[in-house]
Design a protein around this ligand. Structure first.
Ligand code: FMN
Ligand code: 173
Length: 337
């Protein structure tokens, strides 16, 4: 089997995995309208390439909140990598490190955050879910800081767990996280508000990104409450079905941020040309969720590395064909109005 693009990993990953675990990874909420729209929207955005620019070398390297990475393509937090590989997030971390980029480790993982850090060779961010018991948050944030994670990514689009009908049909329940002793990880704190961001900031000196913002209004609130970065995301179509796609939301978030913080993007990235479109609309970098899990399931760290390397090579080619040999040259003029 040869893998020419990241989609080539999807069916082989499904074939290797338990069916209920596959559905958990693949699925969205409700009618999966937002899940599908996240992909479809990219087809409606067309590029305006420029010609006769010297593209002998196209440089994909950048830095994210100060950490150098080989490409503006990071790994999104996804729960329970143990469904895809016995070594779970430790194996993912090895592959991500080989690709020279950054892993956002989920709160809800098969391996402890300290073990993931020990396996990593590149920078890490820690994704935070807040549960009712504040002592869990205090403990996990301090441990992440201690273990060398470079930022906290607070996910704000799960006041309640989305309606994942595939999981209901499969009678699938998430196992406990290796990180903390919470019996039901889907019972997040529904009373969480912007004011808790200030409390979170008091717990750590790490920068805090807010993940799951889809409006200019919330971008302004996030910045007012001390956010150091935004991740535009609809949670891969797994929370509010019918929510706006991340790509549609991106311009208003970028505008509302008015250059005060780095704006990140996730949802539906499967091609280098998807990356260039998100960057042209103002994303500093993108995060990739499911394709990394496919690579992990098919071929462990090597699969993770290859999925990321495929995207990097496609981005590099797209830069050349757009006449944008540096990331700085990827601007809104690349997008048809
Ligand atoms: C199986 C799975 C588990 C996820 N778990 C988390 C999580 O623990 N925390 C979080 O903030 N987002 C989680 N997400 C959302 C991803 O971070 C990301 O927003 C989304 O997957 C991006 O879309 P993509 O899969 O199309 O690239 C999860 C997504 C998937 C598919
Ligand atoms: O499955 C998810 O998308 C997810 O983000 C999540 C939320 C709470 C617990 C475990 C995973």
């Amino acid at each position: 089997m040869q893998y020419f693009n990241v989609m080539d990993y999807e069916a082989p990953a499904q074939a290797r995995m338990n069916a209920a675990h596959w559905d958990y990874y693949a699925g969205g909420s409700g009618d999966e309208i937002t899940l599908h729209a996240n992909r479809a929207i990219f087809d409606h955005i067309r590029l305006r390439p420029r010609m006769l620019v010297d593209v002998t070398t196209c440089d994909t390297s950048t830095s994210v909140l100060g950490s150098p990475v080989s490409m503006p393509i990071l790994v999104a937090p996804t729960a329970q990598h143990g469904f895809a590989h016995p070594e779970g997030e430790c194996e993912t971390a090895r592959g991500v490190g080989q690709a020279g980029t950054l892993l956002t480790a989920s709160s809800v993982s098969s391996r402890r955050l300290e073990d993931v850090a020990a396996a990593a060779s590149g920078p890490l961010w820690f994704q935070l879910y807040v549960f009712d018991d504040n002592t869990i948050t205090v403990d996990v944030v301090q441990r992440a800081e201690q273990a060398g994670y470079k930022a906290i990514v607070l996910t704000v689009d799960v006041p309640r767990f989305g309606n994942r009908e595939r999981d209901l049909r499969n009678a699938f329940h998430l196992p406990v996280s290796a990180n903390f002793d919470v019996p039901d990880v889907t019972k997040l704190k529904p009373s969480l508000t912007w004011r808790d961001l200030a409390w979170l900031k008091s717990l750590t000196s790490l920068p805090i990104l807010v993940k799951g913002v889809l409006t200019g209004e919330d971008t302004i609130l996030a910045l007012e409450h001390g956010a150091d970065g935004i991740v535009v995301s609809n949670h891969g179509g797994r929370q509010l079905d019918g929510a706006i796609t991340s790509l549609e939301a991106l311009p208003e978030v970028v505008e509302a941020s008015s250059g005060r913080c780095e704006v990140y993007f996730d949802g539906g990235i499967r091609r280098g040309t998807d990356v260039i479109k998100a960057l042209a609309l103002g994303a500093h970098a993108v995060l990739v969720g499911r394709p990394v899990l496919w690579g992990l399931a098919v071929n462990g760290q090597e699969g993770v590395r290859h999925v990321l390397e495929l995207l990097r090579n496609e981005l590099e080619l797209a830069m050349a064909l757009c006449g944008a040999p540096t990331l700085k040259q990827i601007t809104p003029t690349l997008i048809r109005r």
